[in-house]
Each structure stands twice: as structure tokens, then as C-alpha cells.
Ligand binder design. Structure first.
Ligand SMILES: Cc1ncc(COP(=O)(O)O)c(C=O)c1O
Length: 960
């Protein structure tokens, strides 16, 4: 993103509705009008790309006709090619090496910045593009069209309409293409048609059309035809320009452009205050004061934000390093996604969904359930909603109903009449069902609706008047990288259990300071192999025993007194039953970027699916199937055998929800985190955020056939039919049995179409060169650890930060692998992770896929702590890139600190003492490296570290 809005320089780019519509004539006239102003100020004409012989070059034409103001007018051209053809051909015909798109846009931006830096007074600048808006640029490899190539510059536009026959159509089409890309179109200029008689009436028609859209049209007389005699031609043309200057439309256009420029700046500068008066932010304590991040536009991984008022440059680029609350898949304003949104908006707008279908929703559902989608092998239905919280709310409803149906089936089959069974009082049954609880993990987050909050533990920041948590939350073991060592950090009470059986920790794993060490992250996430380890058995035993104990204590004993109290809603202290397992696979995001040991999550899933281990529906509290589970202190002798994992779920087990709102769709590498749980599948899973590329809200809740059936069939009223014991007669349900949940915008076509485009685009990026490079690097990193002793045990922290260059490394290793898409890797460099994890300030670090989390040492760090925010505050400074770009990106001769240096700040979010950084899938490794370099500098800034240690009392903290 190049932020090009300056107080002292008004810049407009001139786009043509087509080639040959008079761009150069208009631009020359504007340059002359600007130069002829009484005001002091330079005028710049800039032609980034010129094709054709030099004598016909547009910049020479401008130079010639502005020679009256030699010191005021400055003319420049950057990329010149001889053949008068489209730039993408001209560059090849000239046998020149085409610029990359980065070189192209950054050299234009650099030129513009230099003009802004040296201009005196209030200057004007005109950037004349080549051909029509969709004429290709000379940029290798894809030769994007001008409309796309100039978009990062985000210059306000003057569109030159087409006066010829058919020009109404090309003009409107060009305008719409600009609007789709977010361009600000400040003016439309149309030359009257060549007959001079307005025979085609283009400007009249366009005037009405554009004035309805708030855009002023300026009609100018048609320029004189080119004369054979060069001198005569020049003097006729000069007269034409003089006439334009002295007639009202041109000066009027000039002051219109000036006034739009000033009012855009004034508007931007007033937005913060107006926002404070009118808007109520999410997750923000307004009483705490603070600034407002005024976002003018966004592109790729950057926002374009209002900068300090002291600066000439009104805007500056700001890296969106939280991927806009974890939503971004390809960065902002991806044209393919915009067009997909427009396609569906144009075709459907929004159409209601019950008993309806449309192609985008159907195609998306079919994809999600296909072998390429996340529902492969387990899901059979897709339920649509419009954000992650709602998707999860629906998932909870599905899970609770599924539990109740499984339970009813069990009770009927076993002729049981526990409370909640079909034979008991309906009032008691309702009261019982209202207080079903869930099993989860401490630090979980599923959204801000009340149902989701109730599925999270009490102690979080959410504890308030509308929070009524129902369930039990395990404190999970965490995956960390600490002192360069990959480890699983086991929480203290689980630790007691494990250390009592130290002998079963394999000799290659150390168990010190609650840390179980691993040779690499790849080992941690190789859950299929870990299922055979003693730790798996320990986890399952631990979980099963805990659940059994809990269940015994929650259990309503079915006495008349208890039934009575239940019906009166008096038993509200605890859930009546644990009815579902709800997990964020691999990573608890909002709860503090906690990477959970995947084996533990797998163990949880396996236990709740195994009635032997966790007998969900046995009627007698006193007689669990495994008596050794009945007390906390009994010897753990899990009978669990990984080979018998209950998958697909047994009818007597708990339904499982995977909340993949954050972690789904390659956020952590693979398409779904289920991969790293040893391919464990849930009964229900929820996706949102990256699903739509970060453009538009949409969520999907995927469900198994059995979950769907729980709403399809009515409660079973008849006992066993036929000879098979578990066979229950099923009756189709009534309306009241249906999933009574739906939002106005359910399955909106625009969201579905954008999701379809997103899932089409993702595989190419994940298989692309940068992801391959990083997969290679991470693999080599583990392999180069000959001792097998943790991540980088033998690689001592370098005296000076010295992580190998990912792109150079790619060259060296090209041809080797990196194509295993299920490899454990991150876009963050392993050497950086290792080095940071060794710093005094840092408790531990973790990175997977696009996510990097740095946990700072702090006494009693919590969600409300500001330690990470304080430490990383310098990231907000606008700085030029510190590292040498590996590609040709960036202006070659920029002076640090000057306007011509494309410096940027980093927008980041923290969670208490955790700072996290997140890329899109296509963030360039240059950007990743730059963020790493800045983080490194901050964490090694002695005065800052000292200040922070004092403020947060760090000296007293032991590294445990
Ligand atoms: C794991 C998880 N679940 C659910 C949600 C809620 O999604 P949304 O913000 O789209 O409502 C979030 C949001 O961050 C999340 O991280």
C-alpha cells in the first residue's frame, strides 16, 4: 500500500474510458491551467508508461505546450517503449526485461513522493495512465491491467469519457470498473464529438447519468484535427489550449478538484472526533480514552491510515498484523473476491433461504462436503448463518438436541426412567434439559452471544450479569517453544498425575519444570504416532476419571425432592449433565493464543466417544462401568485402546463440536486442524472468518447425518421394535422438532459466492512458492537438529540476529520438497522463533501456519494486562523497512526518514501479556521478515526492557 495524499500536493490520475479519448489533451490542458494559477506552487506531469516513438511521446507534447512555465512545470516518464502497442507487448518487442508489479508501483510511488517532498507552495500533479483503464501494464508475469496495477497507489481519478459512437457504453463500463476497485472518481471529462455538433449526444447522456451519481461532468470542445504541417499543427493546438484556459469549464474543473482534495483531507481530519461522538466500539472501554485509527482505505496487508497532523503526508501505510481480527485470507480488496461479490449481488441481491436454494449456496455446500472440503468423511449437511458466533450458537443447539435424542434412545432401549427420560414429568424433563452443560477447555472462546458465553468458563473477563456458564473446563497442556526447545507445558494438577508415573515418560523426553520436551513441532503434531505413547493413555485416564467424578457430582439422583427442586428451577448451581464436548482445535485464540497439545484434545474426543471410558447414559450413579473411575484418587488404569477409538460416534457417546471459526481454512497450515488431531472428526464443525477471504461475513455449521436426524425425527416414544436390541422406531418430526433457527441473511448469495471464489483461490497459494519455501525451511530446521534435542538446541543464539533468508534459501533448495501441504510449518521463520524464545523478556513463543504468538513474562499476566501492548507499542512508529528486500520491491534510492521512503507502521493486537501477529495466506515473506526484524529490535531494546520490567515486576519471575 502506498499512501499518496499530501497536504501540499493535489494529485489526480487520468484514466481513459478507452485508448484515444483525449487523455493527453486533457492532461496538458490541466497542467497549463495549474501552471497559470496565480498561486505559488509547482505542477507535475507524470507519464509512468509511454509506448510509441519518442517524437510522438505524450510527455514531450506536454513539455512543448507548457514551455511558457519552464520553472513551474516538471515532466517525467518512467518506463518508455518504442512500439505504439499495448505496454505488455511493447516491453517484449523492445526485448527489455519487464518490471515486476512491485517495482512498477513502487517506482511510481517513489516518484510521486519525491515531487511532494520538493514542491513549493501548493502543487498539482497529474499522472497520465496508458490506454484504457483495462489496458495491460508491462508488469511481469501477469501483465495486470492498469485499473489493478495502480490500485495500491489509490490516487483520486479523473475519467476521460469517450465521445465517439459507442462511447457512452465504454465510459459507463470504465466507471463501473473503477468503482468496483474502490477508486474515488472526482470528475468525468468528455470532449464533444468530432463533428463538433454533439451528433452522438454522449456528453448530454453522460451528464445526466453521472450527475445522478454525484459526479460532475465537464464537457470540452473537441481538439483540432492533426495537421500535416508540424508547425501549423503546433500553433493550432496551442490556440486550442489557450481558448480552453480562457473559457470557464477548465478553471471551474480545476477549482472543483482542489476543493475535493481539501475536503477529503478535512473530512479525514474530523473523523476521529465525530467517531468518538457517534460510535460505540466493540471490546473497547470508552472511558480509557485513546486515539482513533482513521482508515482511509486498505489494500493487500495494509491499511491506509491518517497520520500525524504535523506531517505533509496525510496518510501512511499501516500493516494489518492481526489480519483484521483473523479474517484475512488474501489481504484486503482482492479483485477476484470483489467481482464475485458483485456477481452475486447483481444476480440475486439477497433472497430468503428456507425452502429455497440458489447456485452459490448449493455449490458451497457441495464443496464443503466433498473430498476437497472440511466435512469430508463425516459431515452430511451444511447450515448457513452469518458470523462465527451464530454458527457456534447453532452448533450448540445441534449438539444439545443430539445429546437429548441419544439419551432418549438409550433410555427407551434400556427401559430406564432416569430424570429427563421420556417417562418422567415433562416439567422436570424441561428443567433438566435447560441445564445441560458442556465439556470444554479453560481459555475457550466461541463468540459473544449469550449461549456461546455460557459455554465458556466463569473466570474470564466475561463474568457479568448475563453470563451463566454451564459445564466443565479442563486446564489444557500447552505447546510452547521456550529457550529454543519445543515442549508441552503441563498444568500443575495434571502434572501431579504425570509425575506420579514418571517412568512412563519416554527417555527421549525430559520432564522438568512441567515441560515435556519434543524434538520438533512436527513430532508434537504427529498425533497418529503419539496415540501409541504412554502419554496418550495418561491423558485419557486423567480425562475419564475427571469426567466420571464430575458426572457423579452433577447427577440428579432422581429422588422426589430433587425432581421437585429441579422443576422449580432451584438446582441451578451446576449443570444437570455434561452433554457435549466443545473444542477450538489446536488453538484457543481469544483466550490468549494458547496452542493446546493436540494429543490432549484428541484424548478428550476419544474419551467422550467411548462409553466404556465415559459411560454417559448409565442409569446408576453408583455403578460406573469402570469402577476405577469412581474416585479421583484411584489408580489410573485406563482400559483405553487407541485402536478402538469410537469413530464414527457411538449412539451412547457425547456429540463433539469443533469450533474452527478461527483455525479453519489454512489458518494453521492444513485446510482443517482436524489433520493435526490425527484426523479426528467432530459431529459438528463451524467455519467463518477465512471462509469468505475476509471480505464478507458468513458462517457455516457442518453436521453429521445423525445430528441432522436428531431434528428430523420426533422423540422416540416406542420401545425396541424387532429383534435387534438398539433398533428404535423413528417417526418423522413435527415443526417443533425442526432446527428453529434462522437469520434474515441466512445463506446470503453474496457471501456464498465470495466463499466459492475463496476456496478456489486458496490451494494455489498454499501450493505456491512462498509456502513451499517455508515448509522446506521448517523441515530442514528439524532435520538439522542432529541431537534430536528440541528445536534448535545445538544452534546457539547468534551474536547478531542471523536468520537465513527464506527466499534465498528457496533458491538453494529448489527442487527439494516443500510440497507436502500437511507438513507442520509456519510463515514465521523457525530461527526467529527460536531466538525470540531465548530472550529474557519472553516466557515462550509459538508459531503455526500464519500465526505467531509471543508470551511475555509477567507476574499474574491476564487478559486485562497491558504488558504486551506496552512492550510492543513502538511498532506503531512509522519506519522505513529495515531489511534489504529480496525482490526488487521498494524504491532503490530512498533516503530513510524522507517522504520518498515508503515507511509503515504496524497495527497489532494483544491479549494481556501475549502479543500475536498474523499474516494472510499470501503475505510476502519480505513483509514477514520486516515484522520479525522490528519485533526483534524491540525485544532487544535495553531501556525499553528495563522500563517494562520495572512496570510489570518481572524481576521476581522465575522462568518455569
Ligand atoms: C474460535 C472462535 N469462535 C467463534 C468466534 C466468533 O466469531 P464472530 O466474531 O464471527 O462472531 C471467534 C471470533 O474470534 C473465534 O475465534
Amino acid at each position: 500500500m502506498m499512501s499518496l495524499l499530501f497536504k501540499n500536493l493535489r494529485i489526480h490520475q487520468i484514466f481513459g474510458a478507452n485508448t484515444n479519448v483525449g487523455k493527453t489533451i486533457l492532461t496538458t490542458a490541466l497542467v497549463r491551467a495549474s501552471a497559470a494559477r496565480d498561486e505559488r506552487g509547482d505542477t507535475y506531469y507524470y507519464k509512468p508508461v509511454s509506448t510509441g516513438p519518442l517524437e510522438d511521446a505524450d510527455d514531450l507534447h506536454v513539455q512543448f505546450h507548457t514551455r511558457r512555465w519552464p520553472s513551474k512545470v516538471h515532466v517525467e516518464c518512467s518506463f518508455r517503449y518504442n512500439d505504439p502497442v499495448s505496454p505488455h507487448l511493447a516491453v517484449q518487442m523492445d526485448h527489455k526485461s519487464p518490471p515486476t508489479i512491485e517495482t512498477f508501483t513502487s517506482s511510481i510511488a517513489s516518484n510521486i513522493r519525491q515531487c511532494a517532498e520538493r514542491t513549493s507552495g501548493f502543487g498539482h500533479m497529474y499522472v497520465e495512465t496508458a490506454g484504457g483503464i483495462h489496458s495491460p501494464t508491462p508488469c511481469w508475469p501477469s501483465f495486470p491491467t492498469q485499473a489493478d496495477a495502480y490500485r495500491p497507489l489509490f490516487l483520486p481519478t479523473i475519467l476521460v469519457g469517450d465521445a465517439k459512437l459507442g462511447g457512452i457504453s465504454t465510459t459507463i463500463a470504465a466507471y463501473e470498473a473503477l468503482v468496483l476497485r474502490g477508486y474515488i472518481v472526482d470528475a468525468l471529462v468528455v470532449f464533444n464529438d468530432p463533428t463538433g455538433q454533439s451528433r452522438y449526444g454522449n456528453s448530454d447522456y453522460l451528464n445526466t447519468y453521472f450527475s445522478e451519481r454525484g459526479i460532475a461532468l465537464t464537457a470540452l470542445p473537441h481538439p483540432p484535427e492533426k495537421l500535416e504541417d508540424a508547425e501549423e499543427n503546433q500553433s493550432v493546438t496551442e490556440r486550442y489550449y489557450d481558448d480552453l484556459l480562457s473559457s470557464p469549464p477548465l478553471p471551474r474543473l480545476l477549482s472543483h478538484l482542489d476543493s475535493l482534495h481539501h475536503s477529503r483531507i478535512a473530512n479525514l481530519e474530523s473523523m476521529a472526533e465525530r467517531t468518538k461522538e457517534n460510535i460505540w466500539w466493540p471490546f473497547v472501554q470508552h472511558a480509557s480514552g485513546g486515539g482513533v485509527n482513521v482508515i482511509d482505505s486498505a489494500y493487500g496487508d495494509f491499511f491506509n491510515v491518517l497520520g500525524p497532523s504535523s506531517s505533509r503526508s496525510v496518510l501512511h501505510p499501516q500493516l494489518d498484523s492481526s489480519a483484521s481480527w483473523w479474517t484475512q485470507t488474501f489481504g484486503h480488496t482482492n479483485t477476484r473476491l470483489t467481482l464475485a461479490a458483485a456477481r452475486a449481488a447483481g444476480r440475486y441481491g439477497h433472497v430468503m433461504f428456507p425452502r429455497a436454494t440458489h447456485a452459490p449456496a448449493l455449490a458451497l455446500s457441495e464443496y464443503l462436503l466433498s473430498p476437497h472440503g472440511p466435512g469430508h468423511e463425516w459431515a452430511s449437511r451444511v447450515f448457513f448463518s452469518d458470523n462465527g458466533s451464530t454458527g457456534m450458537e447453532v452448533a450448540l443447539k445441534m449438539a444439545l438436541r443430539t445429546f437429548v435424542r441419544r439419551r432418549e434412545a438409550y433410555l427407551i432401549t434400556n427401559k430406564d426412567s432416569l430424570v429427563g427420560g421420556v417417562e418422567v414429568d415433562q416439567k422436570v424433563k424441561r428443567a433438566y434439559e435447560r441445564r445441560l452443560g458442556i465439556i470444554g477447555l479453560k481459555g475457550s472462546y466461541h463468540g459473544d452471544t449469550i449461549g456461546n458465553m455460557d459455554a465458556c468458563e466463569e473466570s474470564g473477563v466475561y463474568t457479568c450479569e448475563w453470563h451463566d456458564c454451564k459445564g466443565y473446563w479442563f486446564d489444557p497442556p500447552r505447546v510452547v517453544i521456550r529457550q529454543g526447545q519445543t515442549a508441552v507445558k503441563v498444568p500443575p494438577d495434571m502434572m501431579k498425575d504425570l509425575s506420579a508415573h514418571d517412568s512412563i515418560v519416554p527417555p527421549e523426553q525430559k520432564l522438568t519444570n512441567n515441560l515435556l520436551t519434543f524434538p520438533s513441532l512436527a513430532h508434537v503434531y504427529d498425533v497418529s504416532s503419539r496415540l501409541k505413547t504412554p502419554l496418550y493413555k495418561q491423558y485419557t485416564t486423567y480425562v475419564a476419571r475427571k469426567l466420571w467424578t464430575l458426572r457423579s457430582s452433577f447427577r440428579i439422583t432422581n429422588t422426589e425432592d430433587e425432581k421437585d427442586r429441579l422443576a422449580k428451577n432451584e438446582l441451578t448451581e451446576q449443570p444437570t449433565e455434561l452433554a457435549a464436548l466443545v473444542l477450538e482445535p489446536l488453538l484457543l485464540g481469544a483466550g490468549g493464543m494458547i496452542f493446546v497439545d493436540p494429543l490432549f484434545q484428541r484424548a478428550l474426543a476419544d474419551v467422550v466417544r467411548n462409553p466404556q471410558e465415559f459411560p454417559v447414559f448409565t442409569s446408576s450413579v453408583q455403578s460406573p462401568t469402570s469402577s476405577h473411575h469412581s474416585t479421583e484418587s484411584s489408580t489410573p488404569t485406563s482400559t483405553f485402546d487407541s485402536a478402538c477409538v469410537a469413530e464414527p460416534p457411538l449412539p451412547h457417546s457425547l456429540p463433539i463440536i469443533f469450533d474452527e471459526v478461527f483455525t479453519g481454512f489454512h489458518r494453521l497450515g492444513p485446510l482443517t486442524p482436524q489433520k493435526f488431531l490425527g484426523n479426528a472428526h467432530p459431529d459438528i464443525a463451524v467455519y467463518a472468518k477465512m471462509l469468505t477471504g475476509g471480505l464478507i461475513p458468513l458462517a457455516v455449521t457442518l453436521a453429521s447425518r445423525e445430528v441432522f436426524d436428531a431434528f428430523y425425527y420426533a422423540p422416540h416414544s416406542e420401545p425396541v421394535v424387532g429383534s435387534q436390541k438398539n433398533q428404535i422406531e423413528k417417526k418423522p418430526g413435527g415443526k417443533e422438532d425442526a432446527l428453529l433457527h434462522g437469520h434474515s441473511y441466512t445463506a446470503h448469495a453474496v457471501g456464498c459466492e465470495v466463499a466459492n471464489e475463496t476456496v478456489k483461490m486458496m490451494p494455489d497459494i498454499v501450493r505456491g512458492v512462498e509456502h513451499k519455501a517455508m515448509r522446506n525451511i521448517w523441515t530442514q530446521w528439524w532435520e538439522s537438529s542432529p541431537t534430536g534435542e528440541g528445536m534448535i538446541e545445538q544452534k546457539r543464539p547468534p551474536s547478531k540476529l542471523d536468520w537465513s533468508d527464506p527466499i534465498l534459501l528457496l533458491d538453494r533448495t529448489s527442487g527439494s520438497n516443500g510440497s507436502n501441504e500437511d507438513a507442520v510449518y509456519s510463515l514465521w521463520h523457525p530461527a526467529f522463533i527460536s531466538n525470540v524464545s531465548r530472550l529474557d523478556l519472553v516466557e515462550d513463543v509459538m508459531a503455526l501456519g500464519t500465526v505467531l504468538a509471543i508470551r511475555l513474562k509477567e507476574v499474574g499476566g491476564s487478559y486485562t494486562s497491558t504488558s504486551a501492548e506496552t512492550v510492543f507499542e513502538p511498532l506503531c512508529q512509522i519506519l522505513p523497512p529495515t531489511s534489504t528486500p529480496t525482490s526488487s520491491f521498494g524504491p532503490a534510492k530512498a533516503t530513510p526518514g524522507s517522504l520518498s521512503t515508503p515507511g509503515y507502521s504496524i497495527h497489532f493486537r494483544t491479549l494481556g501479556n501475549v502479543a500475536y501477529f498474523m499474516t494472510s495466506l499470501n503475505t510476502t515473506l519480505d513483509v514477514v521478515r520486516e515484522v520479525q526484524a522490528r519485533i526483534w529490535r524491540i525485544l532487544n531494546d535495553k531501556p525499553l526492557v528495563e522500563m517494562r520490567n520495572v512496570k510489570f515486576g518481572i524481576r521476581k519471575v522465575e522462568s518455569t
